[in-house]
Ligand binder design. Structure first.
Ligand code: NCD
Length: 335
């Protein structure tokens, strides 16, 4: 008689994770960090570490999303996010296709609903979308059956970026709870800042945001962070210094006199590192304007974890796709 092969430790943990997703996730969509509970955030981060282990072995390909189809729809430019979602799908065994707005019928005037409905009707299970309009993924999630993952909506949220940032902090600092994090740069236009403030503070970190007054959104005062207009004040005694890109493409008029002046007052330099804790790490979501947000030697500093952030992006996106698929399966079988 054929013996039943026992499950490997990895298979057991993946099976448990899928069961947890069904019971612990409140939605089959991932739209923002603001809507996630601390338990949901920790479930995604724990799963990301399992995925990172899978990525560390020789044969990275798994079948956890076999038979599922994912479309990544990017109506804004992207290197890291778009490719890491695509690679995450491939490592999980899903069928994947990509479309950008410049090559889609949006250029012919097709509206957002018709576009995403068309994508969904191709038997799509998960739609990953980036859009210049804040709230676009929320609008879509209410109108289609596929799971929607927000890969960055305008100036609102970028949840998978915050999750990969949090994963990187756990890797280097052991925990999020009690960390002091300084986020420095173009806060006005940054969905990365907003997602990080919501996510980090839910898990017990203290966040300071430093930006020139012209790049400080008014609503920041109502978010759970300390607003600073001085980089030195923000960096004092922190565990993490995170730079934000100056988003010239979203600025309608010049918000600072010159790049040199911005770099002088808000660039992350050696003095910032000296003020921070001696083991503080340097982060940036990329792409970085070298010499503006930070000079190249800070970007490549031995305390910089910027390249590791990119690696963790794949693991986090694998975790998100895996968990949302499990949640969606549970919903479909309950109906
Ligand atoms: C960020 C984004 O698109 O919001 N980049 C990214 O996803 N890695 C930050 C930025 O573009 O400045």
């Amino acid at each position: 008689m054929a013996k039943i092969q026992p499950l490997t430790a990895e298979e057991r943990s993946i099976r448990r994770t899928a069961e947890d997703a069904a019971t612990q996730l409140s939605s089959r969509h991932l739209l923002g960090m603001q809507g996630l509970s601390p338990a949901e955030i920790m479930l995604i981060l724990d799963t990301a570490f399992v995925m990172k282990n899978i990525l560390s072995v020789q044969t990275k390909k798994t079948a956890h999303l076999q038979g599922r189809s994912v479309i990544t729809f990017f109506a804004e430019n992207s290197t890291r996010t778009r490719l890491s979602f695509d690679m995450a799908c491939k490592y999980l065994g899903a069928t994947t296709s990509n479309i950008g707005s410049s090559e889609s019928s949006i250029r012919k005037g097709e509206n957002l609903f018709d576009t995403v409905k068309t994508l969904e009707m191709m038997s799509t299970d998960i739609l990953v979308m980036r859009h210049p309009q804040s709230g676009a993924p929320h609008y879509v999630a209410e109108r289609i059956d596929a799971s929607v993952v927000n890969a960055g909506d305008g100036m609102n949220e970028h949840p998978t970026q915050a999750l990969l940032d949090m994963m990187t902090m756990i890797e280097y600092k052991g925990t999020i709870k009690g960390l002091k994090v300084a986020i420095i740069g173009d806060a006005m236009h940054s969905r990365v800042m907003r997602s990080n403030v919501w996510g980090l503070t839910k898990i017990g970190a203290e966040v300071r945001v430093a930006a020139p007054p012209t790049m400080t959104p008014r609503h920041l005062e109502h978010m759970p962070c300390r607003v600073c207009h001085d980089v030195r004040e923000a960096c004092a005694d922190v565990d993490v210094i995170m730079g934000l890109r100056v988003q010239l493409e979203r600025q309608r008029s010049a918000l600072f006199p010159s790049v040199n002046e911005y770099a002088h007052f808000f660039g992350i330099d050696s003095e910032c590192l000296d003020l921070a804790r001696p083991d503080a790490i340097i982060m940036h979501p990329g792409p970085c304007n070298h010499g503006v947000e930070m000079p190249t030697f800070i970007h490549e500093h031995d305390r910089s974890v910027i390249h590791e952030q990119v690696a963790n992006g794949v693991a986090v996106r694998m975790a998100v796709l895996f968990l949302l698929n499990a949640k969606r399966n549970a919903e479909l079988s309950a109906n």
